[in-house]
Design a protein around this ligand. Structure first.
Ligand SMILES: [Zn+2]
Length: 308
């Protein structure tokens, strides 16, 4: 009877189970079926794994989401006005004030178990010869702090600033650390004259974030060409704490469909399977599921290594 249940839970890969897979299955009898399928699929996939993260993964680190229905969500209707290059041109001091307040929360936060687990998953997958790319829409620095290496921060980074002139090398190619800029005068008297200036061309510095009226290709640091390249080769997509409503998520979803890559959505509050019907929805907290998943994969991998 138990054997029948296992086969039911692992229909995709049952014909090529190794003894380690059977042991893994026995260890996972208390898990939800979708979680078991997620772990089994990762274990089987030796190609490019693309992980897509959004604000949901940073909630457990105390960073409120900037859109959505979570309690404390701070993106209200005015964000589409404030989060634009147009607004920066109109009121650069107001723009910097708004972002500096927002950055403080993001930069004080610490990675949670989900961030560390994704870094460990990358290490584990690369160690067995796989390719990995983490694409995040978050501007906090939690993935870097947790140890992720192959990372594309397509919406920029709260700890960086750049020149507001796109033709300047510091405007489209490189960035500066916010910590290296002197905001003392601006903090005392927030106006455009006290905003730090570009050391190359003396234009105003701006936050290194993707604004609503800008393109992913507007700065090299967003690594957009790497994202496009990865979309061509990805075999498995894990979406953590993100909806599928904006640019990069829509692109990854379409490309996953077109190329037959399996898509898993890890989100305890995913509203409906109908929103992304082709995906497997794992309704678990990422900070609880991912560490367990990685630990399971690691222990299975060690067992496989001994038999070789
Ligand atoms: Zn400049």
């Amino acid at each position: 009877m138990l054997r029948k249940r296992k086969l039911l839970f692992f229909p995709r890969a049952c014909w090529r189970w190794s003894p380690d897979h059977r042991r893994l299955a026995a260890d996972l009898v208390t898990l939800e079926t979708t979680s078991r399928l997620l772990i089994d699929t990762i274990a089987d996939e030796r190609g490019l794994i693309l992980v897509l993260t959004g604000a949901g993964i940073s909630l457990a680190s105390g960073i409120p989401t900037f859109r959505g229905s979570d309690e404390g969500a701070v993106w209200t209707r005015d964000v589409t006005e404030l989060g634009t290059y147009r607004y920066f041109q109109h009121d650069p001091a107001g723009s910097w004030q708004w972002y500096r307040q927002r950055f403080l929360t993001a930069l004080r936060a610490k990675p949670n178990a989900a961030h560390f687990a994704l870094a460990a998953l990358e290490q584990w997958h690369v160690d067995r010869g796989g390719e990995f790319l983490l694409v995040t829409q978050n501007i906090d620095t939690l993935h870097e702090q947790a140890g992720s290496v192959e990372l594309a921060k397509v919406h920029g980074s709260a700890d960086r600033a750049r020149c507001s002139k796109a033709r300047c090398p510091l405007g489209s190619i490189s960035t500066l650390a916010v910590a290296d800029l002197d905001f003392a005068a601006f903090e005392r008297e927030p106006r455009s004259e006290t905003i730090p200036r570009c050391p190359e061309c003396h234009s105003l510095m701006r936050p290194h974030v993707l604004w609503f009226d800008e393109l992913y290709t507007s700065h090299l640091d967003y690594r957009w060409s790497r994202v496009l390249e990865a979309c061509e080769g990805m075999r498995l997509v894990l979406a953590v704490g993100t909806s599928f409503s904006v640019g990069v998520t829509d692109l990854v979803r379409r490309e996953a469909n077109r190329r037959g890559a399996q898509l898993f959505i890890i989100d305890p509050s995913a509203p409906s399977d109908l929103a992304v019907p082709e995906a497997v929805h794992v309704r678990e907290k990422a900070e609880e599921l991912l560490p367990m998943a990685v630990e399971t994969l690691r222990s299975t991998g060690r067992s496989q290594g001994k038999t070789r």
